[in-house]
Ligand binder design. Sequence first.
Ligand code: SAM
Ligand code: ZN
Length: 287
Amino acid sequence: MKLTKKMQSALLMENNRQLFKCPICSAGMEMVDHSRLVCRDMHSFDLAKSGYVNLAPQAHSTKYDKSLFEARTLVMNSGYFGPVLENVIARINDHLTGTEHSVVLDAGCGEGTHLHAIHSQLGTECIGIGIDLAKEGIAAASKNYPGIIWSVADLAAMPFADAQLDAIINILSPANYAEFNRLLKPGGMIVKVVPESGYLQELRDAFYEGKQQKEEADPLERFREQFDAVESERLTYTFSLPEGLLEPLIRMTPLTWNASEERVREVLSAGMKEITIDLRVIVGVRR
Ligand SMILES: C[S@@+](CC[C@H](N)C(=O)[O-])C[C@H]1O[C@@H](n2cnc3c(N)ncnc32)[C@H](O)[C@@H]1O
Ligand SMILES: [Zn+2]
């Protein structure tokens, strides 16, 4: 008999319950009736039908809604991110060589396509955990990609016990290095992907006439303060946009949030043949 998504997920969480801690009181959690995680103090968190668990103490509404995540899934499944994922997978596999059972968490996983791709290609027996504050992202992830622990959670206060993770992935999402250090095993690895100046240049040209958006503080510098064995690599390539992908590309990125619908329509009718991907992969290990 085929297990439901919820049952499959309940068993996965039950078998790995030592990973969890209550987001309210920090006590350990147990799976009860294959349907909810409950702590010693009886704080209780139901599994959704699709198998994810909401462990964010308060509801958060974010600008990342269902349609944005649907657009992201289309774009991410187009091969657009292929070289970046290959790079990340090779680095994690390298790090996990000789580790029999590993746990890899994606902090700010969105709709989960990257973690799914990475998890399915890790050579070891690996537990994947994806967390994001946007419920719509986690709901989509759990529907599309069973076999991974999906949880709505804040990456600045994650509902997981100390020093359990072999690697943390953090792609185009905010970071909280104190929290990442708490969760990583000593020697555990962090892989962060940040945008470089040319990322989505053609969209920037179309919507901002080439004007740069505000640059963030140098992420590499901050990374070196926190982690050992820091390495970084810039990946720059152009991706030919298949028919029909421009609209989801425009819809999926915060870059165009302030653009008028009229401008979006103009850019769509002008068309776009290719798009520049310019990202930096930064890795380090916990001290
Ligand atoms: C640009 S998206 C990247 C999503 C995914 N990593 C990807 O590359 O497709 C940024 C993500 O960070 C998430 N995020 C922002 N603040 C967060 C927080 N405090 N805790 C968890 N997720 C957060 C957002 O909900 C969003 O899904
Ligand atoms: Zn509790």
